[in-house]
Design a protein around this ligand. Structure first.
Ligand code: ADE
Length: 247
């Protein structure tokens, strides 16, 4: 997969050299290109923002550098354009399902806005020649799109075939489509069997795989009820068995 990032802070994306995604880049599974938006300015101060029409606080990103940047990265009239992702708190929610659908695409461009956002004509103009998604990480406001882009790229990158050593860890995740959909994962333990006088739950040492699976499901249900009761509300009746109802 190819990902082009446009930002006024390319340094943020040094994190993409590290760990899982760093390895994915070095092995060619992930091809990331980071672009400095200011390379498409033409004034001495390399200006990317201006005051908002209609008044109000803060600054808005000027359309001209964005238009030139997107034209340079995605030459007009390409028959197979990338999907343009714009992180913004006013976008559609980013979910595991959206991460999985992005992981199936060959080319993404992420436009990282700062300040109060990007002049909306940039979005409208881009939509005439590529699919555009405005995407939000959640109901909070970050200082800009860079950290949101990093979060999305990590969620997408670990789903690319060959990036994770153990493919099962993708399907067991909280929110993974399939068995665990709409459940939060319960607690996990490793050696030693007793630490600071706290033993690991006996059942996990029992070797009874059926009982362990049941215990894990109970814990997942309890945790989901505690932290995300909204998720339980979304379950279909057939998603719960007799025992679930007693947890
Ligand atoms: N930029 C600023 N806040 C954001 C959020 N919550 N999600 C995505 N991009 C953002």
């Amino acid at each position: 997969m190819r990902i082009d990032l446009v930002t006024i802070f390319p340094e943020y994306f040094a994190a993409l050299d590290i760990s899982l995604l760093g390895k994915a880049r070095r092995t060619g599974l992930l091809d990331v290109h980071v672009h400095d938006l200011r390379d498409w300015t033409h004034d001495r101060h390399r200006t990317v923002d201006d005051t908002p029409y209609g008044g109000g606080p803060g600054m808005v990103m000027k359309p001209e550098p964005w238009g030139e940047a997107l034209d340079a990265i995605v030459p007009p009239h390409r028959s197979d354009p990338p999907r343009l992702i714009i992180p913004t708190p006013s976008g559609r929610p980013f979910t595991q399902a959206l991460a999985a659908s992005y992981a199936a695409e060959p080319w993404l461009v992420v436009a990282c806005g700062r300040y109060e956002g990007i002049d909306y004509r940039v979005v409208e103009d881009a939509r005439t020649r590529m699919p555009v998604d405005e995407v939000s990480l959640g109901d909070f406001v970050l200082a800009g799109g860079e950290v949101a882009a990093l979060v999305m790229i990590e969620a997408i990158g670990r789903l690319l075939p060959g990036v994770l050593g153990n493919a099962a860890s993708v399907t067991d995740d909280s929110f993974a489509p399939g068995a665990m959909e709409t459940f939060l994962e319960g607690p996990v333990y490793t050696k030693p069997p007793v630490w600071r006088e706290r033993p690991v739950p006996d059942i996990l040492l029992s070797g009874h795989h059926g009982a362990i699976a049941r215990w894990r499901r109970d814990e997942a249900l309890r945790r989901t009820a505690r932290y995300r009761p909204d998720l339980l509300g979304r379950l279909a009746p057939e998603d719960l068995d007799e025992r679930d109802r007693t947890v």
